[in-house]
Every structure is written in structure tokens, then in C-alpha cells.
Design a protein around this ligand. Structure first.
Ligand code: ZN
Length: 278
């Protein structure tokens, strides 16, 4: 597989129709018994899907994609996962497309030029305001997986936010993605030093950042373990989707190995660090 070399100054690859993609997600979800919701505000036509676990004490797991409108592989990975219907026994919440207006324009930002993934500290966009309102109704999340792409990257990589010092899923997730696309080899990515190849573990107080992405909001308010997965979007679209899907399966399987149901609270490996402003 070769780098396409299309991404000059931004993402220049294949695009998706966010409404058609969400329609396909809804069809697959309804066939498999998921509940369908619309994220506020309703006029943005953003779907969310929920399926309850069968077992008491099963974990709460959240996946989101499509917060950047020039990153099509994430929404496509959610569609693939819904069509495969191979999920662990967990309470599952899925959002395939957080920024439909961005996808209509192939822009990272929403229609007002706001980067939604920097808008979570004090939200000013209707998209993030509505998403946060919706997220606050969910219980505490055991695992959150946020799907992204990077148009400049040389390979797949991930960010881990693990404020409680729990066992990590990053290595298994990267290993699985590597079967489908290269892993980023740079030792510094987006100005941050890598911990292992393809794995960024931001400093001890990510909440001190002035512009919060979804991952920081989740880590501070809602999620015990949060991964942002970044596929390299200068490679062909299908291997990027394959890599994201493989990484998600690895993270879900790895989660249940590390934290068997009923023992989730014992998964802590260290002392929790202070999590900054709430
Ligand atoms: Zn992104």
C-alpha cells in the first residue's frame, strides 16, 4: 500500500455524504435492536444509537466519530461496526457523525468556522453545546473511543488519557491497526512526544489546556479511560477504515480481558492523579 500524496495543505481524498451515511447507520442499527436518538439541537440531524447490556455490572462504552468534517474514515468505521454487529456485552452509545455540516463542506470546522474539537471548555457552537447536554444524561463511562484522521500523518497513532492510571489498551490497539496501515514513526506528533511508537500519553494535567477537545471533557467529567484514534488520511480510505475497526475491536476485547465484568473497580494500577478543574 502506498501513500496517495493527495493531501497538499489539507484533506483531498474521498468524501462522504453525512446524511446517507447516518441513514445507513440507522438501518443497520434498527435491524440489530439499537435505540435511535437525535442529538440536540434536533435540527442538526445528528443520530446517536444506544444498546443496553444483558449482564449486571457490564461496562459503559461510548464511541464517537465525525467531529471533523474532513475525516471520513471514522463515520465509515461506525457504519461497518453496526453492520458487522459483533459487540461485547456492554452498555453501548455510538455517535457516527458529530459535524454533518463540516462533511457537506469537507471542512474540519462547522459551518461557522468553529473547530468543534477545541470547543469543549466553554462551548460556543450549537453542536458541542447540544452534545454536552446529551452526554451529561449518560452514566459514568468506563471506556470512550473517539475516531479521527490526520491528513498530515505518516501512519496511524492514538492519544491515551488515563487519569486514573488504569491498565492501558494502547499497545494492543496500535498492534491491531498495524495489520492494515503503517504506524506513525515520528517521535513527536502534533508537538507532543510519543511514549511508544504511535502512542501519545499527554502530560499529567491535560485539563490545563486552554482549548479542550472532546477527549479532555470526557476524561474530566465522564470517562475513566479515553482513546483518540487517528488514521492517516493520505492513505486509501478502505485500509483507514479497516485499521480503525481493527483498533476498536482490539480495544473492546482488551478491555474485557483487563477488566472482567464485576472487577472493573480493581483495574486501577496506580493512584489517581488530580484531574484539574471540573
Ligand atoms: Zn480529527
Amino acid at each position: 500500500m502506498r501513500r496517495l500524496g493527495l493531501n497538499q495543505g489539507g484533506y483531498r481524498g474521498e468524501q462522504i455524504d453525512p446524511r446517507a451515511l447516518q441513514f445507513a447507520c440507522r438501518s443497520a442499527a434498527v435491524r440489530s435492536g439499537w435505540a435511535v436518538e437525535v442529538l440536540p439541537p434536533a435540527g442538526l440531524d445528528r443520530l446517536a444509537f444506544y444498546r443496553p447490556a444483558k449482564t449486571d455490572g457490564a461496562p459503559n462504552i461510548y464511541l464517537s466519530a465525525g467531529i471533523h468534517g474532513d475525516e471520513p474514515a471514522g463515520p465509515m468505521a461506525i457504519l461497518r461496526l453496526l453492520e458487522e454487529d459483533r459487540w461485547p456485552d456492554a452498555h453501548l452509545w455510538l455517535i457516527p457523525c458529530l459535524n454533518p455540516d463540516g462533511f457537506c463542506r469537507n471542512t474540519r470546522e462547522n459551518s461557522e468556522g468553529i473547530d468543534l474539537n477545541r470547543d469543549f471548555l466553554v462551548p460556543r457552537s450549537v453542536e458541542v453545546t447540544g452534545q454536552v447536554e446529551w452526554l451529561k444524561q449518560l452514566p459514568e463511562l468506563d471506556l470512550a473511543l473517539l475516531l479521527h484522521e490526520d491528513w498530515e500523518a505518516n501512519g496511524f497513532y492514538c492519544y491515551e488519557i488515563n487519569l486514573g492510571g488504569r491498565a492501558s489498551l494502547a499497545e494492543t490497539l496500535i498492534e491491531s491497526a498495524s495489520r492494515f496501515c503503517p504506524i506513525e514513526h515520528e517521535t513527536e506528533i502534533e508537538g507532543r512526544k510519543v511514549d511508544r511508537p504511535g502512542i501519545i500519553r499527554p502530560g499529567s494535567d491535560p485539563a490545563s489546556r486552554p482549548l479542550w477537545p472532546e477527549a479532555i471533557w470526557l476524561a474530566v467529567h465522564q470517562s475513566k479511560l479515553t482513546y483518540t484514534l487517528e488514521a492517516p488520511s493520505d492513505w486509501p480510505l478502505m485500509p483507514r477504515v479497516d485499521a480503525l475497526v481493527a483498533a476498536i475491536h482490539a480495544a473492546l476485547e482488551g478491555y474485557f480481558q483487563l477488566f472482567p465484568v464485576g472487577e472493573a473497580a480493581s483495574g486501577r494500577l496506580g493512584t489517581p492523579e488530580p484531574i484539574g478543574p471540573g
